[in-house]
Write a protein that binds this ligand. Structure first.
Ligand SMILES: Cc1cc2nc3c(=O)[nH]c(=O)nc-3n(C[C@H](O)[C@H](O)[C@H](O)COP(=O)(O)OP(=O)(O)OC[C@H]3O[C@@H](n4cnc5c(N)ncnc54)[C@H](O)[C@@H]3O)c2cc1C
Length: 347
């Protein structure tokens, strides 16, 4: 073990100050545990700070819907109730894909609209590609940066320590303790949680840990110069296409790129192909001569614990990977991190 200076002892070290890391730290601090968040960047720009921060309460999976509602309550408790901007959402299906899902949505008290009803409800949009839609009147979005700062402040009020500009370089273990090494020194704790988003696969590999995570790329397109204020939150179930307003007043739209298992620095640039595909989809709803202020590719990561149980059990004791994602972690990160912590520490 190298002899780098020991900076401090904690109960838990959380690596990564994205939404997942901050929620995790807050839940741990509420249990009166001593927590330190270690973040590689000095100025944080990650999936969480550029997120569309959209919240749809309807999801075909009722468990996810319940987690979204719980997380919404959590954000409101943080004093962010007024930050929520309503934007009705339409979760759209072709006739074939709709089978089964629509009954479930109806049973949960949601309005299912036929194409004709949809067209009457939202006449400014061209709905011809859609057969049915589940209407989620209570959907909306937040300002992701405001949320990030509110979470960080809540953590600090409960005594969480933050170390920015400290990339984690190595993990070592001794009896009962885990040691994380950064350039600045050694952090020691009972347990370590990696909430490192898109960086997780390459970081785990570098640390010699099993890699049970896949990368996912989301290409974000931001539109300027057009008034699309009539566009609701649209999700096409079949293609994955989604479009919605953002906190800065632009329209965010795109199609999540397929997952693939590559290191971040080997990611092929598919921005153009995806821009054209996403644009074609958007044109079906809002036919306009469109121009782009900015095209940006951002990345998040998904842990597939259930797909790789052997990899999960091969992690050292008290070491956990919280790379949630599945393309929509913002809306349920508070509930998911809490459920996970309860499963580790007991409710
Ligand atoms: C463009 C876009 C739009 C989205 N829109 C929505 C939406 O509308 N609704 C929704 O619910 N979800 C949305 N999502 C998904 C959601 O925002 C992300 O899944 C979520 O923010 C991921 O959070 P995270 O904390 O896991 O990762 P991140 O926010 O990426 O945070 C990981 C952190 O770990 C740090 N880190 C990595 N390696 C190290 C290391 N070695 N040492 C120290 N620190 C390290 C990184 O610097 C980073 O700050 C969107 C995502 C994107 C990219």
């Amino acid at each position: 073990m190298s002899s780098r200076q020991v900076l401090s002892h904690y109960d838990w070290l959380v690596v990564g100050a994205g939404l997942v890391g901050l929620c995790t730290a807050l839940h741990l601090a509420r249990r009166k545990l001593r927590v330190c968040v270690i973040e590689q960047m000095s100025q944080v720009t990650n999936a969480s700070t550029v997120s569309g921060a959209g919240i749809r309460f309807f999801d075909p999976d009722p468990v996810v819907s319940a987690q979204v509602a719980e997380s919404h309550g959590f954000y409101s408790e943080l004093g962010l109730a007024g930050d929520f901007r309503p934007c009705p959402s339409y979760y759209c299906f072709g006739a074939a894909a709709a089978e089964g899902v629509l009954d479930g949505a109806g049973a949960r008290g949601l309005q299912v609209l036929s194409r004709a009803q949809l067209q009457a409800r939202r006449p400014h949009i061209e709905w011809k590609a859609v057969d049915y839609a589940v209407e989620d009147e209570h959907a909306g979005f937040r300002d992701p940066l405001l949320t990030w700062h509110a979470l960080r402040s809540a953590c600090e009020r409960l005594g969480v320590t933050f170390r920015f500009g400290h990339p984690v370089l190595a993990l070592e273990q001794s009896a009962g303790a885990r040691h994380l090494l950064t350039q600045a020194g050694r952090y020691v704790a009972h347990g370590v949680i990696f909430a490192t988003g898109y960086w997780t696969p390459s970081l785990l590999e570098r640390l010699g840990l099993p890699v049970a995570v896949r990368n996912r790329t989301i290409t974000v397109h931001r539109l300027a110069g057009h008034n699309l204020s009539h566009l609701p939150f649209v999700v096409e179930h079949d293609s994955g296409f989604h479009a919605r307003p953002t906190a800065c007043g632009e329209i965010l739209f795109g199609i999540p790129q397929p997952d693939w298992d590559v290191a971040p620095n080997h990611l092929p640039d598919r921005a153009d192909a995806h821009l054209n595909k996403a644009l074609a989809h958007l044109q079906r709803f809002a036919p306009l001569p469109l121009s782009f202020s900015e095209v940006r590719t951002t990345r998040s990561a998904d842990a597939f614990a259930s797909l790789a149980p052997e990899a999960q059990t091969a992690l050292p004791a008290h070491t956990h990977v919280f790379a949630f994602g599945e393309g929509a972690a913002f809306k349920y990160a508070p509930a998911r991190t809490l459920a996970y912590i309860n499963s580790i520490l007991g409710s």
